[in-house]
Design a protein around this ligand. Structure first.
Ligand code: 0WD
Ligand code: CA
Length: 372
């Protein structure tokens, strides 16, 4: 069947009667005009310190210091003796974002002045939206997203899949060290304040994070999400956040990383409106030997001429249709009900419903609101 045609005649992939229970992830269904995606606006930020404690401020902000074009950053340095690793078995769900919401209730426009109603349709992590954007092109990793409707707002929180848990628990020493490399590159590239230089002799602690909170709209979905930001332009005259933010990456491929990696880079930074990525290219010994800046607005042009390339419009339209699907399915407004959406490569997105289960992830909201 010509799905594209069906689409233009007004049906969406999940209203297709043949797929009443699921949402298709086939790329060709999403090749239509780019949906409205409003310029993301930063509505706040928060910090997580070296012990993963939450602060409603920007104390963990770091400042970008442009590296030499041909540096020699040894990413292996400190792995054994100056590395404090966050316990990634500890699932934080949406807790930090919820803390931020509770602390900033007055800033968030409310439709009603008395009721505790947020003026957004979805609350989630940026990383979860990145996964949705890349889904039509993903061939390896599956995902599980838990959704709860509470006071009209849909909260989306990831659930670790069995495969991801196995990967995490059986990570090889080499893989564990390579994960450290990314954080070490950051340490060579940012400083604690605008007047100082990077300090690679310090400890790398992955508990620390600075997160932006942005509001935007995708088609008719009003979104509030948070994402970790690596650093900002240290020029005080730089444009306001998120335009002054810089995302740092490391990669083995010299010059231009592979298509799918570029898709992930693009999706992650496009969502919160971070305009540039600084990539450090490493040799086999884990030494960064060159650095290059990628502008988000130019990334999709870089790969356009490659065979069978990913398209931003497919990513955004799929995400938008998934959010419509969620709105349609997750109708019961109840903090103890979870709609669990699940997807595996080459399959449709399906869902199941769980009451008072292990999947419940919203804390006792009434108590949280009353504390204000
Ligand atoms: O529990 C979970 N399932 C998740 C927790 C999934 C995704 C994120 N998180 C937490 C992270 O601990 C972090 O504090 O949320 C925060 C970041 O959220 P995000 O910005 O939405 O996540 P994402 O875009 O996937 O990652 C951004 C950065 C990563 O940068 P790179 O350049 O590697 O993409 O956040 C870091 C990492 O530096 N990060 C993490 N740090 C500690 N533990 C984790 C993690 N599990 N995941 C990403
Ligand atoms: Ca990064």
């Amino acid at each position: 069947p010509n799905y594209h045609h069906q689409h233009q005649s007004g049906s969406t992939p999940w209203r297709n009667p043949l797929r009443s229970q699921g949402l298709s992830t086939r790329r060709e269904l999403y090749e239509r005009d780019f949906p409205v995606y409003k310029q993301p606006v930063e509505v706040g930020c928060f910090s997580l310190d070296s012990e993963r404690r939450f602060f409603n401020d920007s104390r963990q902000m770091r400042y970008y210091v442009e590296p030499d074009r041909n540096p020699h950053f040894d990413l292996k340095d400190g792995y054994k003796d100056r590395f404090v690793k966050r316990d990634d078995g500890e699932k934080e769900k949406l807790d930090h974002i919820l803390r931020w919401i509770v602390a900033n209730r007055s800033k968030l426009d409310s439709r009603e002045t008395t009721a505790s109603v947020l003026d957004v349709d979805f609350v989630t992590w940026r990383g979860h939206l990145t996964k949705l954007l890349t889904t039509p092109y993903e061939t390896r990793d599956s995902w599980l997203l838990a959704v709860t409707r509470f006071r009209g707002t849909l909260y989306i929180s990831e659930v670790e899949t069995e495969a991801a848990r196995r990967d995490r628990e059986n990570r090889t020493e080499r893989n564990a060290e390579m994960m450290y490399w990314g954080y070490k590159f950051e340490q060579y590239t940012f400083a604690d304040d605008i007047h100082s230089l990077p300090d690679p002799s310090g400890v790398v602690n992955t508990n620390e994070a600075f997160c932006t909170v942005v509001q935007t709209r995708l088609a008719d979905h009003r979104l509030l999400f948070s994402g970790e930001v690596d650093c900002r332009d240290k020029d005080p005259a730089a444009p306001a956040p998120p335009a002054c933010y810089v995302e740092l990456k490391t990669s083995a491929e010299i010059c231009t990383p592979k298509q799918f990696k570029l898709l992930k880079w693009w999706a992650q930074s496009f969502l919160p409106g971070v305009p540039r990525i600084v990539a450090g290219f490493r040799d086999h010994e884990g030494v960064v030997v060159s650095v290059e800046t990628f502008h988000i607005s130019k990334i999709s042009h870089l790969i356009k001429n490659e065979y069978n390339c990913w398209k931003p419009t497919v990513c955004m339209n799929f995400c938008s249709d998934f959010l419509s699907f969620v709105k349609h399915v997750a109708t019961e407004d109840n903090p103890s009900v979870v709609y669990l959406f699940s997807w595996e490569p080459h399959r449709d997105v399906t869902f199941s419903i769980h009451r008072d289960s292990q999947y419940s992830f919203l804390p006792h909201w009434e108590k949280m609101f009353e504390r204000l």
